[in-house]
Design a binder for this molecule. Structure first.
Ligand code: SAM
Length: 268
C-alpha cells in the first residue's frame, strides 16, 4: 500500500494514512529515523525496511514475499507521495508482476499543490520531475520542452534553482510565465508569479533556501489561431467560475497567448 505523507504540514496526514500504519505489518521507508519519528508521534511501532535507490532492488523480493504471505506492507517516502520522484515505482512493478494487489492512500504531493496555486492553466499539464542535472541530456530535454503547449511542473533543489531558471529562460524565452512555489504547506509558504526572465533575478544563486517547485506556462499557440468566439466563451467560463472580468481577461489572454486588449474588447 503506497501511503502519502505530509510535505511540510503534519495536519495533512490523512486518517486513512494513520489507519494504514496501524494495520500494517511492515513499513517500507526511505529513512528509518524520519519515518520512525512520524510513527512515534502517532504512537505506532512497526518493523521498518529501507527502500531507496540503493536498496530497492535488494529488498524487493523480501517485500514481495511479505505481501504474498498475506502481510500488509505500507510504503512511504520521506515526504509526499512515494514513487513520484521518490523510490517505489520499481517495487510496485515487482508486486504487480507477482500478480499481487497494490493500493494507494492518496494525499500530499508537491506537484499538484504547486500546479493549483500557480495561476497557470491546469486543464492539461506535464510533470517533468527533476531536469537532468547537466550535459547533453539536460540540453536535449530542454529542447524537447520548448514547444510543449501544456503547463509544465518541475521539481528543483534550492542550490540549482537559479541555474534551472536561467536555462529555462534561455530555452523558452524570458517572457514565458512561471510560478515559483516555495515551502508549500509550511510556515513560510510563498508563490512568486511572473516571467522567467524576472525569476532569474528574483532568485539569485546564493540566497535561495527551502523547497521549490517550478510551474512553467506552455508555449502559446501561434497568434491568429484562436477566433473571437473561443475567446468570448473562455472569458464567460472564467466569470461563471467566479473570476472578476479583469482576472478572466488576464487568464484567457495568457492562456491563448493573445493581447489583453483584444480579450477585453470581447469581454465588455
Ligand atoms: N514524492 C514527493 C512528492 O510527492 O511531492 C517529492 C519528492 S522529491 C525527492 C522532493 C522535491 O519535491 C523537492 O526538491 C521540491 O522540488 C518538491 N517539494 C517537496 N516538498 C515541497 C514543499 N513543501 N514545497 C515546495 N516543493 C516541495
Amino acid at each position: 500500500m503506497l501511503v502519502a505523507t505530509p510535505i511540510g504540514n503534519l495536519g495533512d496526514l490523512s486518517p486513512r494514512a494513520i489507519e494504514a500504519f496501524e494495520r500494517s505489518d511492515l513499513v517500507g521507508c526511505e529513512d528509518t529515523r524520519r519515518t520512525g519519528g512520524l510513527l512515534h508521534k502517532l504512537g505506532i511501532k512497526r518493523p521498518m525496511i529501507v527502500v531507496n535507490e540503493h536498496t530497492e532492488f535488494d529488498h524487493e523480493s523480501r517485500i514481495v514475499a511479505a505481501v504474498a504471505s498475506g502481510q500488509t506492507v505500507v510504503l512511504v517516502s520521506d515526504a509526499g507521495t512515494p514513487a513520484v520522484s521518490d523510490p517505489g515505482a520499481r517495487l510496485v512493478q515487482a508486486v504487480v508482476a507477482a500478480g499481487l494487489a497494490v493500493s494507494a492512500v492518496p494525499g500530499p504531493s508537491a506537484v499538484l499543490a504547486a500546479l493549483v496555486v500557480s495561476g497557470l492553466p491546469t486543464e492539461r499539464f506535464t510533470f517533468e520531475g527533476f531536469l537532468p542535472r547537466k550535459g547533453a541530456q539536460r540540453v536535449r530535454r530542454l529542447a524537447e520542452l520548448v514547444g510543449e503547449a501544456r503547463t509544465m511542473v518541475f521539481y528543483e533543489a534550492p542550490h540549482r534553482l537559479h541555474k534551472t531558471l536561467t536555462d529555462l529562460a534561455d530555452a523558452m524565452g524570458a517572457s514565458r510565465p512561471v510560478a515559483v512555489a516555495r515551502e508549500l504547506t509550511k510556515l513560510h509558504e510563498d508563490v512568486w508569479r511572473g516571467e522567467l526572465g524576472d525569476a532569474v533575478e528574483a532568485f539569485p544563486q546564493d540566497r535561495v533556501r527551502g523547497e521549490f517547485v517550478l510551474v512553467v506556462g506552455g508555449q502559446p499557440p501561434p497568434p491568429g489561431e484562436v477566433d473571437d468566439d473561443e475567446l468570448t466563451a473562455a472569458v464567460a467560463a472564467e466569470r461563471e467560475a467566479g473570476s472578476s472580468t479583469r482576472d478572466a481577461v488576464a487568464l484567457v489572454a495568457q492562456r491563448y497567448g493573445v493581447a489583453r486588449n483584444r480579450v477585453y474588447r470581447l469581454a465588455t
